[in-house]
Design a protein around this ligand. Structure first.
Ligand SMILES: NC(=O)C1=CN([C@@H]2O[C@H](COP(=O)(O)OP(=O)(O)OC[C@H]3O[C@@H](n4cnc5c(N)ncnc54)[C@H](OP(=O)(O)O)[C@@H]3O)[C@@H](O)[C@H]2O)C=CC1
Ligand SMILES: N[C@@H](CC=O)C(=O)O
Length: 236
């Protein structure tokens, strides 16, 4: 019953895409939601989205590829303002899953987080119920360094790299690590950039690609400010 009401309220909210703005909830300041809304409102059905939606995990995956330990790289990502206040929200895949959920719902999928397959980069024993953020960063995460390096080396031997991606297609919505060719848009990703490939009727063989900084205080704040200015223009 409550779920029914929530769904009704949600439908009402998103039926005013020009007035309801939440651009920075996916891809920080990148025009991800605006672009999707433009495609959808012009009647161009979107059938597949694949992308790297985490500035933190994009940065982490490209840095560990250069041989740096996961534990050091995650601390650096936190200092650079890319991670959530608890970086385990990023490493658990939960931050990406939330973004995937936002996009899937914009495409009309009536799903919840429970319907998303999520790969976590740390075990349950290192979760927020078991240790504080400080403990995790000081001692927990170090024990993951070797495993991650092994996975990176294995992928490199195949000429591939590891990227943490989200895939939304048909009833499928999942987030996790994939081994991808080094020489592909996702494989070439460096730093905190996000890359999103959107496939629709108009963008069928060649996807619409959106790429740029997907985390960081400046770009996120710019996304919020641009939403405010756009809305202000609606009420002259
Ligand atoms: N950083 C990024 O790149 C992006 C962030 N976001 C989202 O923006 C939000 C903020 O992220 P970010 O700025 O990085 O996080 P920070 O940890 O840097 O900032 C969070 C701020 O919120 C304050 N805060 C936390 N809880 C409360 C509360 N209950 N009442 C009032 N203030 C509170 C904190 O205050 P105090 O320091 O006193 O605890 C802190 O100033 C998050 O939801 C994040 O997902 C979205 C896109 C990109
Ligand atoms: N922690 C997030 C910040 C933006 O949503 C990320 O790393 O992308």
């Amino acid at each position: 019953m409550i779920r029914g009401r929530i769904e009704e309220d949600y439908d009402k909210l998103v039926s005013y895409p020009r007035r309801i703005r939440h651009e920075s909830t996916v891809g920080a300041g990148l025009p991800v939601i605006a672009s999707l809304n433009r495609l959808l409102s012009s009647g161009d059905p979107v059938h597949r989205i694949i992308g790297s939606l985490s500035g933190t995990l994009g940065y982490v995956m490209s840095e560990v590829e250069d041989g740096k330990p996961l534990s050091e790289v995650v601390k650096a990502a936190k200092n650079l303002g890319f991670t959530e206040p608890d970086p385990r929200d990023d490493l658990s895949g939960m931050d990406v899953a939330r973004k995937a959920l936002i996009l899937a719902r914009l495409l009309g999928r009536r799903i919840n987080l429970d319907n998303i397959k999520i790969e976590s980069l740390y075990p349950d024993e290192m979760g927020p119920d078991a240790m504080s953020v400080e403990e995790f960063l000081a001692s927990g995460i170090v024990s993951l360094d070797n495993d991650v390096q092994e996975r990176v080396k294995k992928a490199l031997l195949n000429g591939n790299v590891l990227r943490y991606v989200c895939v939304i297609e048909g009833s499928r919505c999942e987030v996790g690590i994939q081994e991808l060719p080094k020489d592909s848009p996702l494989g070439r990703l460096r730093g905190s950039d996000n890359v999103l490939e959107i496939y629709s009727r108009c963008y069928n063989k060649q996807p619409l690609v959106i790429q740029g900084a997907g985390a960081g205080n400046d770009t996120t704040a710019a996304g919020v400010l641009a939403d405010i200015l756009d809305i202000q223009d609606l009420f002259p």
